[in-house]
Design a binder for this molecule. Structure first.
Ligand code: ADP
Length: 543
């Protein structure tokens, strides 16, 4: 008979992250740029106390274990308190992306059956419009003090956040319950079909928070000042509000001003050392810093993910600004972290160019996640860095099913990511494309990411997107859509010539079109679906 371990069993609860932060790093600051316009400073210990008061307030509002509490809010300390007050009291925090189409916001709130909504002041007009179509919502809490509450409203039960907190005494002990209890829900953006809810547990969230902080992952520690640009409604800001408590670092929460100038100001004033966000955010920041001849005095490392980080962006951040880029891949269904681009010790002596090539890939998995690539028949493919296949994952923080969807999304116990990738012998994964974005030319596949990465390296290109355009002979051929840098001039022929020697000739885009703006999704990624629609009648000169 096996001998059981004789160690304490303490459920991995989200509240334990916060109580740890308050007890051991209680005086460390949480700085927020508020919707009210000012800067606000608090500490982990204050956040913990107010989260307990919030938990009391939620109970007073009549919420019961397992019920969903929605948030429509930017990154700020009150949102942080809601994360912990809600999940810590056995309720489920449902972060809603306010940038989605209003009908989608309503659909998501109704699907989750949110009972209470916490809303930032400048998002309130959206909820005022939607409230008649949100039958489950019993109260809407505006995340401000009484002095900022709107004088009039169409919402029947409109409450004030600070009044809710002030009414409580904080005599509350975080309840202990099963670590597998749901903690939060995040919906996929649903660019095809309705959004689907990923339900994270307390356990999966705590394990993800541990792993994300590791030196070979995000590599954040208590000495860092962390500014998550990635919104708290986008896969829980990639877990940084949890990892931040686990390591007890200073957090800088930027509110809703994510333009280059506002971010730069915060980075400098608050001595930010670490950040994380999607590539488009860094485009804005890089432009601002370059145009104004600025430099970063404390900013050292950033995680870039959510979409492929163009190699040219990595080079600019590292070579011109001294900011190390950690390229990361993940998805809502994975909490989100899967892989990160870090070197192994055997790569230390590689020529710098070869190191760069490795770090441009999406990287190695962290412990807790496993991956494989398979072909159309489900046969497992080799890790040779060349063979590409459908990427599948499994792990402690990978979903096993979607909220309210009976049909299992799994294939043979693995979650199919919808990405197409290669994996090399050292376990470095490279995403060639999302399967729906791959350009299928004759029988061959062309990676839209490869085409975009080359174009982004051209000095006159601000942003580039490659999409499939209809071709009578090949079915699909690549069309490159380009936004020029302000003041820059470049021709179609110059862009095409720039591909010389960088990709096989047959993959060369059939045409280049210039546009003022490339559409982005609510999470800041290139909106390929919309772009394809926009250019569906484009006549390729090669036809
Ligand atoms: P959505 O974009 O639908 O909101 P997610 O935010 O979960 O959903 O996006 C996950 C997808 O984003 C991945 O499946 C992948 O296609 C893409 N992605 C994320 N990180 C990267 C990366 N570093 N390189 C390329 N693609 C990425």
């Amino acid at each position: 008979m096996s001998l059981m371990g004789q160690m304490m069993h303490m459920p991995l609860l989200i509240s334990s992250l916060l109580t740890h932060a308050a007890r051991h790093n209680g005086d460390v600051e949480i700085v927020s740029k508020r919707v009210e316009g000012d800067m606000h400073r608090t500490t982990w210990s204050e956040v913990e106390l107010r989260s307990r008061k919030l938990a009391q307030a939620l109970a007073r509002l009549g919420l019961k274990a397992g019920e969903r509490v929605g948030t429509l809010a930017w990154n700020g300390y009150r949102h942080l308190e809601i994360y912990y007050g809600v999940s810590g009291s056995e309720l489920i925090c449902h972060t809603v992306n306010p940038r989605l189409f209003p009908q989608q916001v309503a659909w998501i709130i109704n699907d989750a059956e949110d009972k209470v909504l916490f809303v930032d002041l400048n998002i309130l007009p959206l909820i005022e419009k939607l409230i008649p179509s949100l039958p489950t919502v019993k109260a809407v809490v505006v995340m401000v003090a009484r002095s900022h509450m709107p004088a009039e409203t169409a919402i029947p039960n409109l409450l004030c956040y600070e009044e809710l907190i002030e009414a409580e005494d904080g005599h509350y002990t975080w309840p202990q319950f099963d670590e597998n209890t749901a903690a939060s829900i995040c919906y996929t953006s649903g660019t095809t079909g309705n959004p689907k809810g990923a339900v994270y547990s307390n356990r999966s969230t705590v394990l993800h928070a541990y792993a994300a902080a590791l030196p070979d992952a995000m590599s954040v520690s208590t000495v860092d000042t962390v500014l998550p640009v990635v919104p708290m409604f986008h896969v829980n800001a990639w877990g940084l509000p949890y990892s931040g408590a686990l390591i007890g670092c200073k957090l800088v929460l930027p509110g809703h001003h994510l333009d280059g100038a506002s971010l730069y100001d915060l980075f400098e004033k608050e001595k930010v050392t670490f950040s994380a966000g999607v590539p488009t955010i860094w485009l804005g920041l890089i432009n601002h810093v370059k145009q104004n001849n600025l430099k970063f005095s404390t900013f050292k490392r950033t995680v870039v993910g959510g979409a492929a980080c163009p190699p040219a962006m990595i080079r600019t951040l590292e070579d011109e600004f001294g900011v190390q880029v950690i390229h990361a891949w993940g998805m809502t269904e994975m909490s989100p972290l899967g892989t990160l681009g870090r070197l192994k010790s055997k790569h230390a002596d590689l020529p710098v160019e070869a190191q760069h090539r490795l770090l441009e890939k999406q990287g190695k998995v962290i412990y807790g996640v496993d991956m494989r690539i398979v072909d159309a028949e489900g046969q497992v493919l080799p890790w040779d860095g060349k063979t590409s296949g459908d990427l599948e994952v499994r792990g402690h923080w990978v979903i096993s099913s979607y909220f309210k969807v009976d049909k299992s999304p799994l294939h043979d116990g693995w979650f199919p990511t919808g990405d197409v990738a290669t994996i090399d012998a050292d376990g470095y994964m490279q995403v060639t494309d999302r399967s729906k974005d791959v350009i299928k030319s004759g029988g061959e596949w062309i990676s839209s990411i490869d085409l975009e990465n080359v174009a982004m390296g051209h000095p006159a290109v601000h942003e580039a997107a490659a999409i499939a355009a209809f071709h009578p002979k090949w079915d699909e051929r690549p069309l490159l859509v380009v936004v020029k840098k302000p003041g820059a001039e470049v021709t179609r022929e110059e862009i095409l010539a720039f591909y010389d020697g960088k990709i096989p000739k047959w993959q060369l885009p059939d045409d280049v079109v210039f546009t003022d703006e490339i559409p982005h999704t609510a999470t800041g990624k290139i909106y390929k679906l919309k772009l394809r629609e926009q250019f569906k009648d484009h006549n390729l000169p090669t036809v």
